[in-house]
Ligand binder design. Structure first.
Ligand SMILES: [Zn+2]
Length: 143
């Protein structure tokens, strides 16, 4: 199983906790101390009461219909003269941005032997869009 989104939910404070990178340990902030760690490499979860933790990760194996909506890509957002980060899904990215990001990943791939699972998400998103366009054309012909 390949993790795309390392996410858990703290039922005590009703917060999603997401670990973005291997050494990114994130806590919910409440007294249950619900913590996620491991990024897309592995899920390390801790809490005072594990019964208050709901597992809500997204895997490649869940299929493109699901993981294309996982908010995993960081984008800068200028807000009130400050740059803030927001996370968007592959489905929300413009095609030109996806193509640029794939190029970046291709360069990174040459420097490491483990390609990022996000590359798969982007490549599958482009295929998905091509299929969507084809379906639209076919539907027009049928009409
Ligand atoms: Zn909490």
């Amino acid at each position: 199983m390949q993790l795309i989104l390392n996410r858990i939910h703290c039922k005590k404070c009703n917060t999603d906790v997401i670990s973005r990178n291997r050494y990114d340990m994130v806590g919910c902030g409440c007294t249950n101390q619900t913590c996620a760690d491991g990024g897309t490499d592995y899920m390390k979860v801790s809490a005072i009461d594990m019964k208050m933790v709901e597992f809500t990760p997204v895997y490649i194996e869940d299929g493109v219909d699901k993981y294309r909506h996982a908010k995993i890509f960081r984008r800068n957002k200028l807000q009130k003269m400050k740059t803030e980060y927001i996370y968007v899904s592959a489905a929300e990215l413009p095609t030109e941005i996806i193509e640029l990001k794939i190029e970046e990943f291709e360069i990174d791939k040459n420097n490491s032997n483990t390609p990022s699972p996000y590359l798969t998400v982007l490549e599958e998103e482009l295929k998905y869009r091509v299929m969507l366009e084809r379906d639209k054309k076919i539907n027009k012909i049928i009409e």
